[in-house]
Design a protein around this ligand. Structure first.
Ligand code: NCD
Length: 317
């Protein structure tokens, strides 16, 4: 199966997830070299289109493209003609004139990445569409867990917090289950969607049984996506659901997609604890996104199989 876009993690079966993660492991070797660059995507163009704030995702897509020697154009909606009312479609059509090979897009709108894939010829990567999906986050989380624990089969993962507004939760529930893990979601009833069990996970409204988890995956409270007051207060949320050193057992691993609201979903003291994989997740972001870009572009033109030789020294003109 070769992939023409990455819009949803649902489009990837277990074999495809394993292929991308294994490719990312090969790229990790490049990251350890003194010259962290390969010519695989030389002459290709990656357009980063961000309508929503981002620290990790955007910087790692940019770095991933550069390590593969692609050209990168970063577009942020703030400071662009979007502020003058240019629509998403017009913006995409305008920027398509630069003939990007890949468009990486993040917006607050569900389904936006799929729309973009219909408007242009580029391969489209969904870097977050509202509360719907964030497939590269799920891939980097699978990569991080595989590196730390080996196979995910039979592993118990608890996803805790604001599941209702979380594209990370949706993509991870699908990906982790495809890799053989058992997923439980836990949080206040107002932040757990009613139909979430249909995705195959268990639901808990307290953390009483959290000691069963091998991995605790805390979610950020998505305060910007909450239209009603769904939790009484941050302090009350923390009292019931905050992951802290009392609730997390020494053998349990901790994950979080970032950015962390310290003192809300996580106690500050455990963010940098040895059980925390948070820094490893960020590091994984670059190699996993390299693998995604490589997969998309090497599949498209099999005649020009990208090369992983180190980039030659630049020659004087
Ligand atoms: C997440 C996002 O934006 O979806 N962050 C990320 O990409 N690492 C999670 C979040 O915002 O809570």
């Amino acid at each position: 199966m070769s992939m023409s876009h990455l819009l949803s993690i649902e489009d990837l079966d277990r074999a495809a997830i394993e292929r991308i993660v294994s490719q990312a492991e090969r790229f990790a070797e490049v990251a350890d070299r003194e010259i962290k660059k390969v010519p695989a995507l030389r002459g290709r163009m990656v357009l980063n289109l961000f309508y929503e704030s981002s620290t990790r995702t955007r910087s790692s897509f940019e770095l991933a493209a550069k390590r593969l020697s692609a050209d990168v154009v970063n577009f942020a909606a703030g400071g662009s003609s979007v502020e003058k009312g240019e629509s998403l479609k017009d913006t995409v059509l305008t920027l398509s004139a630069h003939r990007p090979d890949v468009i990486v897009i993040r917006t607050p709108w569900v389904g936006s990445a799929e729309l973009v894939s219909r408007w242009c010829n580029a391969a489209v990567v969904n870097a977050g569409d509202g509360k719907h999906e964030h497939p590269t986050q799920a891939l980097l989380d699978v990569y991080t867990l595989r590196r730390r624990l080996g196979a995910l089969d039979g592993m118990q993962v608890w996803i805790v917090g604001d599941v209702a507004h979380s594209r990370v939760a949706r993509s991870n529930i699908i990906a982790l289950q495809r890799m053989g893990a058992k997923v439980t979601v836990a949080g206040p009833p107002t932040l757990i969607p009613r139909d979430i069990e249909a995705m195959g996970c268990e639901v808990r409204y307290t953390l009483q049984e959290m000691h069963r988890a091998d991995v605790v995956y805390a979610l950020r409270m998505q305060l910007e996506r909450m239209t009603d007051s769904l939790v009484p207060s941050r302090r009350e949320y923390a009292a019931w659901y905050q992951i802290n050193s009392r609730r997390l057992r020494p053998r349990q691993l901790l994950m979080h997609p970032g950015p962390v609201n310290r003192g809300v979903e996580l106690a500050g003291e455990i963010v940098e604890s040895p059980r925390s994989l948070i820094a490893a997740q960020v590091e994984a972001g670059v190699v996993v996104r390299m693998a995604v870009l490589y997969e998309l572009l090497s599949g498209a033109r099999p005649a020009e199989k990208p090369s992983l030789r180190p980039a030659p020294e630049p020659q004087p003109a």
